[in-house]
Design a protein around this ligand. Structure first.
Ligand SMILES: *[C@@H]1O[C@H](CO)[C@@H](O)[C@H](O)[C@H]1NC(C)=O
Length: 396
């Protein structure tokens, strides 16, 4: 017994020294400053090579690694940061601005400006990504033939990603894309582009699980957040959207065989002057897709054209519409504590599929006005329940 009383604390002390030192030693990060690797902070000198070198070294490091981008403007062409890497703790700490080439053709024919592919444990924090998209938007609106444009920042087939306190400015196309990823946290991000910029979705998520988007401000020309097929366990909280096209699930049902969208929470969001508020949209054609277990909660609408919308006859500009019936099944969608003002008479619109009516739609404490009067609701092939004060009412 006596031996035990003495040896236990001793063993504990030895163990804690062992764990403490191993944690401290293994956590010692290596830092790669892009300027030390040849990048120039003048906004003109092509610094792409320095960024690629920094990534190659960080990725090959057995210890956690930091890529440091100091203040200043760094001219960057399109880059792919490829994994897998030897460590799963790479931090890209940006204090400056990454600037795309002013000639939109340099990036515009590729899919991405900055792509992280097959990485695990990457954090990107701070900084501004200035994609200089305005000249491409102008080309598109002139009716000339133009490249489709690049996504500013994409994570592809990657896990355990954090993006924080980053600003995406004037993307050519989508600002941030999360595609084929697990466990992604996007927080305190800002997205800025003009309200009439084409296809500049703020954050697009698809084929991904466990994505969290927090405390984000999005002003753009297309959806603030778009949620594509194969998205599950998505959490969106504390977002300010507008201008923009709102937060959209879809468009779904583009393909006959398509993964569904499941377990999406959108809470504490303010939409200001947007085309839509919370929307689910699908093409009118056969598909095995679905959207279910969706919660929209604590939403404020300020002068929004379509505050609450399910559109299963989605066809922008009414061009090349499939003109069939949507196969996408929509069920268990809850709207809780939604209030504010609509910019059109119809504030709640459920235009569901005749073949697959929307079911278990729940409206709880919804109050939307149009010109200081209760707005209107319109339901086609939609069933569900209302509880609490629901204005407009009488639609489900
Ligand atoms: C739904 O997603 C959240 C994360 O957004 C997760 O915490 C929760 O466990 C998921 N629920 C189910 C039933 O999978």
């Amino acid at each position: 017994m006596a031996n035990h009383r003495i040896s236990c604390p001793l063993v504990l002390a030895l163990l804690s020294v062992f764990f403490y030192s191993s944690v401290v030693l293994s956590a010692t990060p290596v830092t790669y400053n892009v300027v030390s690797l040849g990048a120039k902070a003048n906004g003109k000198t092509d610094s792409t090579k320095a960024f690629v070198t920094a990534w190659t070294r960080a990725c090959a490091s057995a210890n956690p690694a930091t890529i440091y981008v100091p203040a200043g403007r760094f001219y960057l062409r399109s880059v792919i940061f490829n994994g897998p890497c030897r460590n799963n703790a790479i931090r890209v700490r940006i204090e400056g601005t990454l600037v795309a080439p002013s000639d939109y053709r340099v990036l515009g024919n590729g899919a991405n400006w900055i792509l992280f592919s097959h990485v695990d444990g990457v954090t990107v924090s701070g900084g501004i990504l200035d994609a200089k998209g305005t000249s491409l938007w102008a080309c598109k609106s002139s009716g000339k033939s133009c490249p489709s444009g690049a996504t500013t920042l994409q994570f592809f087939n990657s896990n355990n990603i954090v993006v924080s306190a980053l600003t995406s400015l004037n993307s050519q196309m989508f600002h941030i894309v999360v595609n084929g990823c697990q466990n992604v946290k996007i927080q305190a991000v800002k997205v800025i582009a003009s309200g009439d910029s084409p296809n500049t979705d703020g954050i697009h998520v698809q084929s991904s699980s466990g994505v969290t988007i927090l405390k984000t401000k999005i002003r753009t020309g297309d959806d603030c957040i778009s949620i594509g097929p194969g998205t599950t366990n998505l959490w969106i909280e504390n977002v300010a959207c507008g201008p923009g096209h709102g937060i959209s699930i879809g468009s779904l049902g583009k393909d006959l065989k398509e993964d569904g969208v499941q377990n999406v929470t959108v809470k504490t969001v303010i939409f200001t002057g947007t085309q839509n508020g919370v929307r689910i949209k699908s093409w009118a054609r056969p598909s095995n897709g679905f959207a279910r277990n969706i919660l929209f909660q604590h939403i404020v609408m300020v002068n929004v054209q379509n505050p609450v919308l399910i559109d299963q006859n989605y066809c922008p500009d009414n061009k090349d519409c499939p003109g069939q019936v949507s196969g996408v099944k929509i069920r268990d969608v809850t709207y809780q504590d939604i209030h504010g003002t609509s910019a059109t008479a119809v504030a709640v619109k459920f235009d569901c599929s005749s073949k697959n009516p929307c079911s278990r739609i729940r409206l709880e404490n919804v109050k939307l006005t149009y010109k200081n009067k209760v707005a209107e609701a319109s339901c086609v092939h939609a069933a569900g329940t209302s509880s609490g004060l629901v204005q407009p009412s009488g639609c489900l």
